[in-house]
Design a protein around this ligand. Structure first.
Ligand code: MG
Ligand code: MG
Length: 257
């Protein structure tokens, strides 16, 4: 069942969305060759707690860390570890916060030092596909309109959309109805209503769409070993333009945190 948000709910959801956005930027500033992904995780946990919230992922469904950190061919749900980032890597950081009874959830894929032109293009196209999806997140449209816009855009570049993992509603729970696939047919699926808050999060592979699950039962990687990128924002559906609750501005415009 889809839970529409009240104005009061939205106040707390905006607070979570901004904190998660700031946490991603804080982590982004630490990303450099030689830094371990576990160090990023621990810094994020401290930052979230120092700001009066709790890590939204830690313990969720048994997930053992604050961040999902997925490097190169890892798609999502990577475990922070002693792996030291290398120049040319890409690192998807997915972060959740919980405060005042509500959740925040966003993700960004960062380059480590200089990356190849091909890899840069994968990041740019994946992020752009998220904005293409957001454009369709308007009351009266359907869920399929979002996925269709994302799929059309990325497949135009020869990339592929991961099918098994999807975006989702968010609120008092990290994952609420409806599911928000990154593929689909325009005009199909649940109708978007004012007051819905959803996470749109394209997971895009440079190669084929197929994935496999790691022995840890969480981490998903591309079967062909190609790189995968992931960007996620939280969006409030209104009668007019979508209100994007989280933001990459703290990452991209060097705003004081
Ligand atoms: Mg999410
Ligand atoms: Mg996420």
């Amino acid at each position: 069942m889809v839970k529409l948000k009240t104005e009061e709910d939205l106040v707390y959801m905006r607070e979570n969305a901004i904190l998660v956005s700031k946490t991603l930027a804080y982590v982004g500033k630490l990303i450099a060759p030689g830094v371990t992904t576990l160090a990023l995780n621990d810094a994020a946990e401290k930052f979230i707690r120092d700001n009066g919230a709790e890590p939204g992922f830690l313990g969720y469904g048994g997930f053992p860390y604050t961040l999902c950190i997925s490097v190169n061919d890892q798609v999502v749900h990577g475990f922070p570890s002693g792996y030291a980032l290398k120049e040319g890597d890409i690192v998807s950081v997915d972060c959740g916060t919980k405060m005042k009874g509500f959740n925040g959830d966003s993700a960004y894929t960062f380059p480590v030092g200089n990356i190849s032109e091909d890899t840069r293009k994968l990041l740019d196209v994946t992020k752009q596909s998220l904005y293409k999806g957001i454009e369709k997140a308007v009351a009266g449209n359907r869920i399929g309109d979002i996925g269709h816009a994302i799929q059309q855009y990325v497949e135009g570049y020869g990339y592929s959309v991961v099918r098994e993992m999807v975006g989702h509603g968010i609120g008092r729970s990290l994952h609420e109805a409806p599911e928000v696939p990154n593929y689909g047919a325009a005009g199909h699926g649940k109708k978007l209503l004012p007051g819905m808050v959803i996470c749109i999060e394209p997971m895009i592979n440079a190669g084929k769409k197929d994935i496999y699950l790691d022995d840890n039962d969480w981490t998903v990687s591309t079967r062909d070993g190609s790189n995968s990128a992931h960007f996620e924002l939280t969006v409030h559906i209104t009668e007019g333009a979508p209100e994007v609750l989280s933001t990459f501005e703290f990452i991209e415009n060097d705003i004081k945190l």
